[in-house]
Design a binder for this molecule. Structure first.
Ligand code: HEC
Ligand code: HEC
Ligand code: HEC
Length: 122
């Protein structure tokens, strides 16, 4: 019951604010921030730390604005465009990094994955 309630709370939380950064992110945390995307689907995970081998300019501003929520706001944050090499698919093409056509759950951690992550970061 407690678990069910927590799940429900997390679902509400995620859906009510749409998007949030899980920790302070840049510039407060030099390891970089975690960003959870919620549109169009909930529970998609991106960590700056896991991309620290790149320089900021590899992504900002050509691929992504330095502003959480910008990509979602375009309404074009879709798998189809990623498969065509846009946004995350610029690198996640099966060569530079694992392809967006597989390993769905590496990025799609889901609402429960977000909850676990928040507990780890707290
Ligand atoms: C692999 C790609 C990638 C690299 C490399 C990268 N970022 Fe980001 N960054 C992102 C994405 C994706 C977002 C979220 C953009 C969105 O939601 O539209 C983001 C968002 C941000 C934000 C906004 C966070 C917020 O909560 O609003 C800041 C600040 C930022 N990045 C700084 C940096 C800095 C500084 C570096 C280099 C040390 C860096 N980023 C390297 C992909 C990257
Ligand atoms: C490299 C990370 C990544 C991988 C791998 C990935 N996705 Fe996504 N996916 C995203 C991002 C980012 C979004 C857009 C943000 C959001 O919806 O919260 C998204 C959005 C979606 C959407 C909603 C938009 C649309 O295109 O209809 C679906 C459905 C989806 N993904 C399914 C999948 C499936 C199925 C797989 C595996 C075959 C997969 N994704 C693999 C990152 C990924
Ligand atoms: C500039 C290139 C680049 C971009 C853009 C990029 N990634 Fe990555 N990403 C990588 C590389 C390289 C790795 C590590 C190599 C690998 O795992 O194949 C990685 C690793 C990851 C991992 C870690 C997977 C694991 O469990 O080991 C996740 C999750 C991830 N990326 C999600 C995303 C999402 C979501 C986006 C778009 C918002 C994105 N990435 C955009 C290059 C990129």
């Amino acid at each position: 019951m407690k678990k069910l309630f927590l799940t429900f709370t997390v679902v509400l939380y995620v859906s009510s604010i749409g998007l949030f950064s899980l920790d302070k992110g840049y510039p407060q945390d030099e390891n970089g921030g975690v960003i959870i995307f919620s549109k169009p689907v909930k529970g998609v995970y991106f960590s700056h730390k896991e991309h620290k081998d790149f320089s900021c300019e590899d992504c900002h501003e050509d691929i992504f604005a330095e502003e959480a929520g910008a990509a979602e706001a375009t309404g074009n944050f879709t798998m189809k465009l990623m498969e065509e090499g846009e946004t995350c698919g610029t690198c996640h093409d099966g060569e530079t990094a694992f392809s967006v056509k597989e390993s769905c759950t590496k990025c799609h951690i889901g609402v429960l994955g977000v909850k676990r992550l928040k507990e780890q970061l707290d």
